[in-house]
Design a protein around this ligand. Structure first.
Ligand SMILES: Cc1cc2nc3c(=O)[nH]c(=O)nc-3n(C[C@H](O)[C@H](O)[C@H](O)COP(=O)(O)O)c2cc1C
Length: 194
């Protein structure tokens, strides 16, 4: 006989778990625009991430047409220099199809521990952002490619590279395709101590 579900296992909790498990990094997006209001709400939800000493170390940079085009130009230049024009063309074509561009930056600190904790807080905020969008049917992908450490990328964002780090460039949009993934089991990743 099937064991009864434990009392804590409500339909709401199951649904919440499905959202957490179902989110995937999306590579291919539809061109359907994502409402700006939804993105603002996702940023607001992101800002409730835990952050030690309530430093709120994050900034969200929502890119418009001009700044996206500047990033595409920059990535063309970087890939051409590193590889060749054909590789650059391929990458620019791929990146040009990403409908939404959000960058999350983290305030820099001279205090190494604070810096590490602030970075962790920004990562938690990005996860909030991505999950909020996911619940609304919007997929995303977090990237930390070469461009995110490039001085000219900071210039496009109007960011002082001595004062902030980029934690991620997040592309978002309605998914064209949602990939599947595997994860280790709880048994593989849990150490229970006495
Ligand atoms: C800090 C961070 C940086 C990432 N950078 C990249 C990246 O540069 N390129 C990429 O393809 N995916 C990147 N990803 C996405 C991961 O590859 C992805 O989360 C992983 O493959 C698991 O897939 P899932 O998100 O669908 O579960 C990054 C994820 C994190 C957390």
């Amino acid at each position: 006989m099937k064991k009864p579900a434990p009392a804590y296992e409500t339909a709401e909790l199951r649904k919440f778990g499905e959202i957490l498990r179902g989110r995937r990094s999306i590579e291919l997006f539809l061109q359907t625009p994502v409402p700006r209001q939804l993105v603002h709400e996702a940023i607001e939800a992101a800002s409730w991430a835990p952050n030690h000493h309530v430093t709120e170390p994050w900034m969200f940079h929502l890119l418009g047409r001009r700044s996206i085009d500047a990033c595409l130009e920059l990535v063309r230049e970087l890939v051409t220099a590193k590889k060749d024009a054909a590789a650059a063309d391929f990458k620019v074509k791929n990146w040009a199809a990403k409908p939404g561009w959000m960058v999350v930056s983290c305030r820099k600190s001279d205090d190494a521990l604070l810096q590490r904790e602030d970075h962790a807080a920004c990562a938690a905020a990005i996860q909030n952002f991505m999950l909020y969008l996911w619940k609304a049917g919007v997929g995303s992908k977090w990237t930390t490619g070469d461009i995110t450490r490039e001085r000219r990328f900071f210039d496009i964002l109007g960011l002082d590279a001595d004062a902030a780090d980029v934690v991620g460039l997040i592309w978002y949009g309605y998914p064209k395709l949602t990939p599947t993934q595997q994860r280790k089991t709880v048994g593989d990743i849990l150490v229970e101590l006495p």
